[in-house]
Design a protein around this ligand. Structure first.
Ligand code: GP9
Length: 422
């Protein structure tokens, strides 16, 4: 049966229960700010253009009492930004049929915000676009996000790109935040750095130099820099409101901004970063957990993806989560890295600590490509077979669990236990 097939496929990949959890509860009881940063890719971190840092504020975060995951990958499907939210909060993959909030409407979830509510947190989400975009308004209550402040609740005093400017967005969000009962979980989805990356001249802070002037890379970097400035100001506002010391600030990129298959952008990014801009770099987004007062500063280079957000955050926030109740892993306590990459056409692409594998669009393994993660050299496809099988198994299993409304049972019994009982 399909179920037996899932259980068998999974048994091959499931990792043993961990003993001794590193960093468990180090951020317990703190207010949590999660900033889902529109289109922010990892290559901007600690990179300079024409002598200037692209993201001085994010660089400062990385450098100061943060855990920085520098091999972290987007795993979105059709639902772009909203899938990034879904995967991160649930520890399951995006639907392959339609955006996840729609595909999985009406089922029972257990999410990071729900766990935090059980610990007495208030939960709230903010976004400077229409409330019903991506069905967020409808989906958020079952995701454990009790309050949702969208553009209808804010004063539209400065429009940029798809909606309210990030500057106005962060400033107005603070008016709500300072009234919240603590502790709280506050999820902020930014917008200005959305494709096609257009902001007025007077908001452009970078002088990219002749080489990049007027290119799509310049457009992209100007909006990323703009967002970086707003994040810097938001952190300053947290300090001014005496919220900084008892909070953690988490930033991650939702998905790529510039496609590596776009020759012009590829050439410019390759020049900028000094190595070839390829598929692995395109999917790579930053994940930074800044914990003031923790004394912790670490870069974790285990390969992971957005599906790992929930178990990793649960660990830091002192939430007991069975390691076999989600498809993600706690990246602070995982030896072997793995990230299944969703793409719209064929399942099976993945990145692990050694291999980048991109499944051919025709769905035929033999027509696919594999490279060495570190050197970029082509690899014998057979080396990628096990990872490919794991990626397919995880994605199918995720869909099976969600479609059959098994999340609560899976949290109670573990994936294997739940499927055996079902
Ligand atoms: C829309 C915003 C951007 O509200 O989240 O969506 P995207 O097109 O990136 O999915």
């Amino acid at each position: 049966s399909l179920k037996t097939e899932h259980v068998q496929a999974l048994a091959k990949f499931i990792e043993p229960e961990q003993n001794g959890i590193k960093y468990f509860g180090v951020a317990e009881g703190k207010n949590v700010f999660v900033i889902q940063a529109e289109s922010v890719q990892n290559f901007v971190i600690n990179t300079k253009i024409n002598g200037q840092e692209i993201t001085p504020n994010l660089n400062k975060l990385v450098d100061n009492e943060s855990i920085y995951f520098d091999r972290y990958y987007e795993q979105i499907g059709w639902g772009n930004t909203s899938d990034a939210e879904f995967i991160s909060h649930n520890g399951f993959y995006a639907s392959r049929r339609v955006f996840s909030y729609k595909a999985y409407e009406g089922i029972d979830f257990i999410t990071l915000p729900i766990n935090l509510k059980d610990k007495g947190y208030n939960t709230i989400a903010f976004h400077g676009n229409e409330g019903d975009f991506w069905d967020r308004e409808k989906a958020y209550p079952s995701q454990g996000l009790d309050e949702y402040i969208s553009i209808e609740d804010l004063e539209v005093d400065e429009e940029l790109g798809l909606g309210l400017s990030d500057q106005s967005f962060f400033r107005q969000s603070m008016d709500f935040i300072k009234e919240l009962h603590q502790p709280f979980y506050s999820f902020l989805i930014t917008l200005t750095s959305h494709h096609p990356f257009i902001i007025p001249e007077d908001l452009k802070e970078l002088n990219v130099g002749e080489q990049y002037e007027g290119t799509s890379l310049e457009d992209y970097l100007q909006t990323v820099r703009y967002l970086d400035t707003q994040i810097g100001e938001f952190i300053q506002a947290l300090k001014d409101e005496n919220l900084y010391d008892n909070s953690i600030i988490v930033v991650y990129g939702d998905h790529k901004g510039l496609d590596y298959r776009y020759a012009e952008a590829n050439e410019h990014i390759t020049n900028l970063i000094g190595r070839e801009y390829q598929v692995q770099e395109m999917y790579r987004v930053p994940f930074i957990v800044h914990m003031p007062g923790s004394g912790l500063k670490e870069t974790i280079s285990t390969v992971g993806g957005q599906v790992d957000f929930y178990p990793t955050m649960a660990n830091l926030l002192g939430i007991e989560l069975r390691s076999d109740s989600v498809l993600g892993k706690d990246l602070l306590n995982t030896e072997k890295g793995f990230a299944a990459i969703q793409n719209h056409v064929a399942q099976g692409s993945f990145i692990d600590d050694n291999i980048v594998f991109v499944m051919s669009e025709d769905g035929i393994f033999e027509n696919s490509d594999a490279w060495d993660l570190k050197t970029g050299e082509p690899l014998d496809l057979e080396l990628a077979r096990e990872g490919y099988e794991r990626a397919v198994a995880e994605l199918k299993l995720s869909e099976y669990i969600l479609q059959n409304n098994l999340v609560p049972l899976v949290h109670e019994k573990g994936i294997k236990g739940a499927l055996e009982q079902e």
